[in-house]
Design a protein around this ligand. Sequence first.
Ligand SMILES: Cc1cc2nc3c(=O)[nH]c(=O)nc-3n(C[C@H](O)[C@H](O)[C@H](O)COP(=O)(O)OP(=O)(O)OC[C@H]3O[C@@H](n4cnc5c(N)ncnc54)[C@H](O)[C@@H]3O)c2cc1C
Length: 572
Amino acid sequence: MSYQAPVSDYLFIFNNIVNFSQITLEERFSGTTNDLVSAILGEAGKISNEVLAPLQRAGDLHPARLENGVVRTSPGFSEAYKSIAENGWVGMAAKTEYGGMGLPQSLVHAVNEMMGGACLSLQLNPVMTQGQIEALEHHANDDLKEIYLPKLISGEWSGTMNLTEPQAGTDVGALQTRAISNEDGTYAISGQKIYISWADNDFTENVCHLVLARLPEAKAGTKGISLFLVPKFLPDSQGEPGVSNSLRVISLEHKLGLHGSPTGVMQYENATGWMIGLPHNGMAAMFTMMNNARLGVGGQGVAVAEAAYQKAFEYATDRVQGAPLNGEKTIFGHADVRRMLAQMRADIFAARSIGAACAVAIDMAAATGEKKWISRAALLTPITKAFGTDVGIDVAQQGIQVHGGMGFIEESGASQFLRDVRVTAIYEGTNGIQAMDLVSRKLMDRGEAIFDVLDEIESFLATSVDEFKNYSETLAIGALDLQETTSWLIKQELNDRFAGAVSYLRLCARVLGGYFHLRAAVASGKGSSREKIADVYFSRLLPEHSGLAQAVRRGSGDLFALTEKDLGLWNH
Ligand SMILES: Cc1cc2nc3c(=O)[nH]c(=O)nc-3n(C[C@H](O)[C@H](O)[C@H](O)COP(=O)(O)OP(=O)(O)OC[C@H]3O[C@@H](n4cnc5c(N)ncnc54)[C@H](O)[C@@H]3O)c2cc1C
């Protein structure tokens, strides 16, 4: 069995878990009928299964390479990309004004997950372009929009994002790339950027780089950063790719995984660029792209988890080893193998539902402009990114374990999932940084947004039927733990919050996962597959909340009691 995109799970989640239909009641998304949603998910599933999934191995075995300064992509990638672009998948969420479909992010998120599960390294290309489209829609002037948006939306051109420099990773404010005005409305950009995803390719006519750089009079730190659009080829008077710009890919990184995606070191030498947004306000513009990308990266984690799970399940129901005590023939009959698969399934559903809830909040925020939805989207974004990618890594490594020794052998394909997904916890802001964002910026409202979610859970519990009393009670205990831990956390010093940030984020995800599993059980009924998976979640995964809450409340004292001597080589 090859990869099967989770079309029906998304339909279930939209209809029963995250109230997708509320989006379609808003004027902005009123054209998104149920039939359209089913048709789009069905088509996305088809292209994922039939066109992209067969390339996943090819990208790993035949990485993108740099030949005489030109990036050559993995076999089959060019044709598959064309199929993505020509069928309109790049510009799904983009405004119709420039040729986009204007679809809700929730739908785009689902489609991106399916494509990512099929072939993560290729999927990263349109995901980067989608982020750039959104940044330009919000911050570029009309002239730039006219030239760039139709080409990016159609997928004829692709987009990248250039923040990182050798001395400026997490600390973007340390970047040194310079921008000097050419006094004709353009800027000369000079500097080096590293780790740039899809820095170049051999299938789009142009590659448009969004580059963070400093003007000569800029202050130090993030307040002195501006954003520039720097294309590989300068558009001519007709808006078509013209002369080459002064930029080049000087090398491609050798990576643990994601080999099909060329990750480049970029050199800019007085390259021509156009400012996007206001001077020194580049981070605000870049954040539009980064927030979009954070949701997308969370979806990438779930995507790989799904693919790794499918492979592990297939192996477990085929491999014969030992005599399972329940009389079954394959290792699927062993309790421990069954445990691994059940927990993988349960966590995938939790993470997928959290991502879908975040995407719905983003759509509701865009459609209504209401504070409640803006705050909820902001709250759920770091949780979606970090929990989704942690689940991706956990499930991929469990998938290897299900395979036994064969999982460690490349031929099985199980290890590629772990190698590919590992970076998702690092790029777009490491998961540690996501957690710090959650306990600092996202709690500046004194917990209002998370308490609003907890109120929703409480209301659902109040209407919950007796049949699921056990689950309701377990969830109520977890929700109370989260509420009390949040009340404690908001009173702490920043470093104490940071020390517990990762545990707090996971505590939030565990409780949210419980809420969504309960909804799934209620919607599907006692004895259904979903109810049985919920049972596993409530008995084996949700109870983690108490250990997580304890870790949060530990503060930072124990960590800072440790010196370099305590943590270094123990030769004393
Ligand atoms: C395959 C790949 C693709 C990428 N694609 C892109 C791209 O397209 N565009 C782009 O601009 N960048 C890209 N990146 C860069 C990526 O976003 C950075 O690697 C990431 O932000 C981390 O920065 P760093 O590697 O410098 O690590 P560092 O910032 O040095 O971090 C090292 C460790 O310290 C921790 N840390 C750092 N600062 C803090 C802090 N203040 N508080 C607590 N902990 C902290 C981090 O969490 C991490 O664990 C890519 C990276 C990879 C590997």
